[in-house]
Design a protein around this ligand. Structure first.
Ligand SMILES: [Zn+2]
Length: 386
């Protein structure tokens, strides 16, 4: 049984068991959300092998070639934060590494600001090609575990990455090895301290299978202090695109590792429990809609084979409905199955008539509905998760 990923204590308390399915897996699986009684960090444990091995592989990593406006706005605010707290970013010769860069959407902000030495790192080999074509940006193929570079970087950024990393200490050791002596690290990670403050747009969104680390400001600071970093600035930023808040933090290297693990942070446990309550209430509304569909047995197609569907398959009557197919735009998922039901591309809909479409996405629900109505001229019912 693994210890706390931040302070390594084995004194833990279980808070929640999250069920989900994976493509090609015969039965639902789960992870457990636990809380460390020593430092307060909240984390998922008992991780299925799929999470440990698949998240950073191309199998589930989807690249947006057209950057959604909402995501572009998030990137703009991340960059503003960095520029405000690290004016030296504009100095001649500063080099930047973006870990988990995808095709370089965030790095394009740096390029537009005149910063020349920018490098991306992403495990999906397509990211390298697309980054070169769209932005003229150098993205290397790989993960932080094995990446080496001829020169150290002045700034390393990780946007929406740290919440996925299993071995945080190994990750930070690697980052330290790639960073200049006086270098900086920028982190953007879901703000677990804000979970449950508002009714979640999508129940249990934060417990997507690949989200396994839940940081508050204090637990993030605890982790970095152990690797010789001091927190220079930190801010919680709410966004309407995902309907959640990101914790933005800038760290500077001091060189002196300090153990702050004795500082217990109660914020994570309190907000996670609040979030579980509000998500449970929101899921009950979705579950009753799906139970009606199961009772009626009318033919159904579910748009979205991602994390929401993965949870709904395991926690509602979705698999008891007359479910013909999942539809997903991610080519990496097409051709696979969720609990035996095939995942098809959107074009598959043109061969189906007389069924309802349930949109299993909240972030892209309006866009998908518009596509169904205007492009597909879909004549059947369209249902959304609310
Ligand atoms: Zn701990």
């Amino acid at each position: 049984m693994p210890n706390c990923p931040v302070c390594r204590s084995d004194d833990k308390e279980g808070l929640h068991r999250q069920l989900f399915v994976f493509p090609e897996l015969a039965a639902p699986t789960h992870y457990d959300v636990a809380h460390c009684r020593s430092c307060g960090f909240v984390f998922a444990e008992n991780l299925p092998a799929q999470i440990q091995h698949e998240y950073y592989s191309e199998a589930v990593h989807h690249l947006h070639t057209a950057l959604p406006d909402g995501l572009a706005a998030i990137h703009a605010r991340f960059f503003e934060f960095i520029a405000a707290h690290l004016p030296s970013i504009h100095d001649e010769g500063v080099s930047v590494l973006d870990v988990g860069s995808a095709m370089g959407h965030f790095l394009a902000r740096f390029k537009a600001a005149g910063i020349r030495q920018i490098t991306g790192l992403d495990p999906n080999p397509q990211a390298r090609t697309l980054a070169r074509q769209h932005y003229g940006i150098d993205v290397r193929t790989g993960t932080i575990d094995h990446f080496t570079h001829e020169r150290p970087f002045g700034l390393i950024t990780l946007c929406g990455v740290l919440e996925h990393i299993d071995d945080l200490h190994r990750g930070l050791t690697r980052i330290g090895a790639l960073l200049d002596t006086g270098g900086h690290v920028f982190i953007a990670v879901p703000d677990a301290g804000s979970f449950g403050l508002q009714t979640p747009a999508e129940p249990f969104l934060e417990f997507a299978a690949e989200h396994i680390r839940f940081f508050t400001r204090n637990t993030l600071e605890n982790l970095f202090a152990q690797h010789g970093f001091e927190m220079l600035a930190c801010q919680s930023q709410r966004n309407t695109f995902y309907g959640n808040s990101y914790l933005l933090a800038l760290f500077g290297r001091t060189g002196a590792a300090t153990a702050r693990s004795s500082a217990y942070d109660p914020a994570g446990r309190a907000s996670i429990l609040r979030y579980i309550d509000s998500s449970t209430a929101a899921l009950a509304r979705t579950a009753s809609l799906i139970a009606e569909l199961a009772a009626g047995q009318q033919p159904l197609v579910v748009w979205g084979a991602g994390s929401l569907s993965a949870r709904l398959c395991a926690t509602t009557a979705l698999m008891k409905t007359n479910l013909l197919a999942f539809i997903d735009r991610n080519p990496q998922l097409q051709g696979k199955r969720l609990l035996g039901v095939p995942i098809q591309p959107p074009s598959h809909l043109s061969s189906i008539t007389g069924c309802s479409v349930l949109i299993a996405s909240t972030t892209y629900a309006d866009e998908i509905e518009n596509f169904l109505l205007s492009e597909m001229r879909w004549p059947g019912r369209i249902l959304k998760i609310i």
